[in-house]
Design a protein around this ligand. Structure first.
Ligand SMILES: [Zn+2]
Length: 194
């Protein structure tokens, strides 16, 4: 793992590659880090400016961002990652459900709600990057990703708009949902009434 903290010129050392993951995060737990490192080389920083610089220089396959970053940091990094062509997969980690709708509006592809096991993280990465298992020798194919946030044409219980997003499992067949329009979050059945 390459650590870019404190802010330093070491961002210049990041070699161009689409295969690594950029983790913008308070220092992650070791067991979480090892799940990520089983699939990606990793670059870690807790500094938003460093993250933006690394994004411009290195084009990772994946950005992992935690909403506990100060101020609007998580959203800023997510937006920047989604503006790069082709867009980079963004996995959000959060202990704050209320922060999720804004991250969905910023374009994130997947959300994991703390606390989660390393196994769950590993499973999520496998769903995001299904080709990584069959195409290890072909980095470009292994960089393709499938968002796990899922849009449903079903009504938000708060505002009634009919575009809601399921983003993380709570239990078997029970999911967290968010309404990007009004910011409501709630728990509901896996397949909402259409
Ligand atoms: Zn709503």
């Amino acid at each position: 793992m390459q650590v870019l903290e404190p802010r330093s010129s070491r961002v210049d050392d990041v070699s161009p590659s689409r295969r690594h993951a950029l983790i913008v995060h308070p220092p992650p737990a070791d067991d979480t880090t090892s799940a990520i490192e089983s699939l990606f080389d990793t670059i870690t920083t807790t500094n938003v400016e460093n993250a933006l610089s690394a994004l411009r220089r290195s084009t990772p396959a994946l950005v992992i961002v935690d909403t506990s970053l100060p101020e609007d940091g998580a959203r800023v990094v997510c937006r920047a990652a989604k503006q790069i062509a082709p867009p980079i997969a963004v996995l959000v980690m959060t202990a704050d459900i209320v922060a999720v709708p804004a991250m969905i509006r910023a374009g994130c592809d997947s959300v994991l709600v703390h606390p989660f096991s390393p196994n769950l993280l590993f499973t999520r990465l496998a769903r995001l990057f299904p080709a990584r298992y069959s195409c290890r020798a072909i980095p470009s194919a292994a960089s393709r990703f499938v968002p796990t946030n899922r849009i449903w044409k079903a009504a938000c219980p708060a505002c009634g708009r009919t575009e809601i997003v399921s983003f993380d499992a709570v239990a078997i067949r029970t999911w967290w949902f968010a309404c990007p329009a009004c910011g409501q979050t709630w728990i509901g059945p896996e397949a909402p009434d259409l």
